[in-house]
Ligand binder design. Structure first.
Ligand code: GLU
Length: 423
């Protein structure tokens, strides 16, 4: 059985609500988004014709602060996916205790088939359609799948043009020269490893010498792999859309990063940059990836990757979710019974939004922190969140995902009872 992502997010929420005995009135509010906007985005293509794309922005909840969350460009975007991702942002920001709510945006398009100019026009028109809903105190987008610093610069510029002055705080994940933060690019991937390190430490274990398989080699997977290697783990397998590469003594990650970066630089329309063709490694079938002899599996690609079909095959003892929603509720149950510890997305990949928060704070202050300052702040907050989640899960005798939800829901509830309901 497969569920759409919004249903998955609701199942997770309802499970936690059951375990912690959440106020049913509050659950009724939290089960659905505050606002879901659907827009048509007409774009003049390079051949002179107009194509109309469909885009969404879901503003899920803002009890704890302005809406926050990325924008993805992908052919697989659906309204249900955007809703789920916005809900996860809400819980994620609460888990790491930053004063943001949750949102997400998406445009149904294939970015590999669009030119840079078409992408720019698409981004600017999407921003224009969302204008009244965005702002540094209202809703702050960031990068997500197939968007990045360039996309954020176009959003920031479009918004600023309409405001009549530069407004760097309207997006995060910008490049450093226009108000971005040191370390934001690496933050999500690095955070995945920081959280893994803390969870292993709590179990009396360490990353040293661990064999790891990473799925996805974009902004999350690549930086996670680099930092894993730095902390003494061996990344033996990497899988992306183009293929699966393997080397039992560990892959040379920096070389692999450079190999993929070179293809990205060329931005050849219709070609997906990836690990395929990398020299001196074994290549594996996509399915073989799941049953590899590894200690840690890092799904850092997309939703619905670990399902009831492949969960029984996993040999890893830890799954650390770099992606949002990579594990289905059925797989969660199988892994829990098998004693595989799943470190949930709303904790494991929160380093990204954490540094987004630091970027937003710096923009508001008009001041910049050095890289060590940024990483130091991120690491302290992430390690604390990991310990809080671990303790919560123990207290309720439950899995880490449910523990993370309980922690988040307690924090959201606290604000709700303090502010109470309008009117
Ligand atoms: N898109 C990232 C996520 O899923 C980052 C969001 C942000 O920085 O606002 O967490």
């Amino acid at each position: 059985m497969s569920h759409d992502p919004a249903t998955v997010a609701r199942m997770q929420l309802e499970k936690a609500a059951r375990v912690m005995n959440l106020d049913p009135d509050l659950l009724e509010i939290l089960r659905r988004p505050k606002r879901m906007v659907e827009v048509s985005i007409p774009v003049r293509m390079d051949d002179g014709r107009i194509r109309v794309f469909k885009g969404f922005r879901c503003q899920y909840n803002d009890f704890r602060g302005p809406f926050k969350g990325g924008i993805r460009f992908s052919p697989d975007v659906t309204k249900e996916e955007v809703e789920a991702l916005a809900a996860w942002m809400t819980w994620k920001c609460a888990v790491v205790d930053i004063p943001f709510g949750g949102a997400k945006g998406g445009v149904i398009c294939n970015p590999f088939e669009l030119s840079e100019n078409e992408l720019q026009r698409l981004t600017r028109r999407f921003t224009y359609e969302l204008m009244p809903l965005l702002g540094p105190d209202i809703d702050i987008p960031a990068p997500d799948m197939y968007t990045g610093e360039k996309t954020m610069a176009w959003i920031m510029d479009t918004y600023s043009v309409f405001k009549g002055h530069s407004e760097p705080g309207v997006v995060t994940g910008k490049s450093r020269i226009i108000g971005g933060s040191e370390g934001r690019r690496e933050a999500t991937g690095r955070g995945v490893v920081v959280v893994a390190d803390e969870i292993l430490r709590l179990r009396g274990d360490s990353l040293e010498g661990k064999r790891v398989a990473v799925q996805g080699f974009g902004n999350v997977g690549s930086f996670a792999a680099l930092y894993l290697e730095e902390l003494g783990a061996r990344v033996v397998a990497v899988q992306d859309l183009t293929g699966t590469v393997y080397r039992t003594e560990g892959l040379p990650i920096q070389e692999l990063v450079d190999y993929v970066a070179e293809q990205k630089k060329q931005h050849e329309i219709g070609k997906i940059p990836g690990v395929k063709g990398f020299a001196n490694v074994e290549t594996l079938d996509a399915d073989a990836f799941w049953s590899l002899d590894v200690d840690i599996l890092v799904p850092a690609a997309m939703e619905n990757q670990i399902t009831q079909d492949n969960a029984p095959l996993l040999r890893a003892r830890y799954v650390v979710e770099g992606a949002n929603g990579p594990t289905t509720p059925e797989a969660d149950e199988i892994l829990f019974k098998r004693g595989v510890m799943v470190v949930p997305d709303i904790l494991a990949n929160a380093g990204g939004v954490l540094v987004s928060y630091l970027e937003w704070v710096q923009d508001r202050m008009g001041y910049y922190w050095e890289l060590e300052e940024v990483f130091g702040r991120m690491e302290r907050k992430l390690r604390k969140a990991a310990r809080d989640v671990y303790t919560k899960a123990q207290e309720y005798q439950t899995d880490l995902r449910t523990g993370a939800y309980i922690l988040a829901l307690e924090r959201v509830a606290e604000v709700f009872y303090e502010r109470e309901l309008f009117p």
